[in-house]
Design a protein around this ligand. Structure first.
Ligand code: TLP
Length: 340
């Protein structure tokens, strides 16, 4: 089976397993796990922030950010198709008690002016705006990279109005690879950023939440409240550090594979590629095949390829470390058969 459902399915490499096996550990709730401390220091430095926190998942990192930045009754501004709004099971309202104000973006990027007009004033009828969230790369926009200028403009608007900006950077390293810029440069226009170690970088578990020292010390308490204070977590942090330092450079291979795959899929009659392929995500519309996405995904599974439904007639393919160019070539043949 060739698994193109997500880059979350990547399995730890031999070196990561070795790093986990050999990890020096301690009790991280006491702040005594050297492997976790090393990972947090390296990640903070890489992202250009004062401090960082190792969290269990991207969802937990985003939710801790919202909980730390906001008060119940606040409103958060985020893109209409963002992961926090679309895929986090309503966690922002369930845990932080905030309401969401969505803005439809273009290729995942919200118009800074619209963000500015969405900020709430002093009127007693209004909730207070507590946070602006961006997503880079933007998953549902097909792995689109946000223009740095767009991020900068929104950050400056936030600053002017004393509203913090959080970046859901689950795939920030993909954006960095696509722009050929260090991740820290992309994270400079935000107060806090969450990056996943367990997607394209291939670590088995975990994300990083980075920000100011003060922010991270409150975030640490929220992580504890949520049951995310782990003990000998160095077993997870050591492969995470390996992923962070050794796996970034190869992300462009995934992007090249995605472009190659998209090019071949666009030649299949009845299949339409919906997104501009910036990184490792391809979204294909299967309407022209007289099938819906569930039917197509099922048919493709019988041909030996796993993909994901992404809407009524949209199917998502994600390239990653565990799928080689050879397997991409095999996948193309399987997709041709499923479409035929
Ligand atoms: N995305 C997953 C699914 O949840 C949809 C995927 O397969 O793409 N932010 C973004 C932008 C994400 O894409 C994801 C995961 C997360 C946050 C959450 O990360 P985890 O799965 O670690 O909680």
């Amino acid at each position: 089976m060739i698994d193109l459902r997500s880059d979350t399915i990547t399995k730890p490499t031999e070196d990561m397993r070795k790093a986990a096996y050999e990890a020096e550990v301690g009790d991280d709730v006491y702040g005594e796990d050297p492997s976790v401390n090393r990972l947090e220091e390296a990640a903070a430095e890489m992202l250009g922030k004062e401090a960082a926190l190792f969290v269990t998942s991207g969802t937990q990192g985003n939710q801790i950010a919202i909980l730390t930045h906001c008060q119940p009754g606040n409103e958060i501004i985020l893109e209409a198709d963002s992961h926090i709004f679309y895929y986090e099971s309503g966690a922002a309202s369930a845990f932080a008690g905030v309401q969401t104000r969505t803005i439809k973006g273009k290729r995942g990027a919200m118009d800074p002016e619209e963000v500015m007009y969405a900020l709430r004033g002093e009127d007693q009828h209004y909730p207070e705006t507590g946070l602006i969230c961006l997503e880079n790369t933007h998953n549902r926009a097909g792995g689109a990279v946000l223009p740095i200028k767009n991020i900068m403009k929104i950050y400056n608007i936030g600053k002017e109005h004393h509203i913090p900006v959080h970046i859901d950077g689950a795939r920030l390293f993909n954006a960095a690879a696509a722009l050929d810029k260090p991740a820290g440069e992309l994270a400079q226009y935000c107060d806090t950023v969450q990056v996943c170690l367990s997607k394209g970088l291939g670590a088995p578990v975990g994300s990083i939440l980075a920000g100011s020292k003060e922010f991270i010390s409150s975030a640490r308490k929220w992580r504890k409240r949520l049951g995310g204070g782990l003990r000998q977590a160095g077993i997870l942090a050591a492969p995470g550090l390996y992923a962070l330092t050794q796996m970034q450079e190869r992300l462009s291979e995934d992007h090249e594979n995605a472009l190659f795959l998209a090019g071949k899929l666009s030649e299949i009659s009845g299949l339409r590629i919906e997104n501009q392929v910036d990184t490792n995500i391809i979204v294909a519309d299967v309407k022209g095949l007289n099938m819906d996405s569930v039917q197509f995904v099922e048919r493709l599974k019988h041909e030996g390829v796993l993909s994901g439904t992404f809407g009524h007639s949209s199917v998502r393919f994600v390239t990653h470390y565990d799928v080689s160019r050879k397997e991409i070539e095999k996948a193309i043949l399987a997709i041709q058969r499923a479409a035929g």
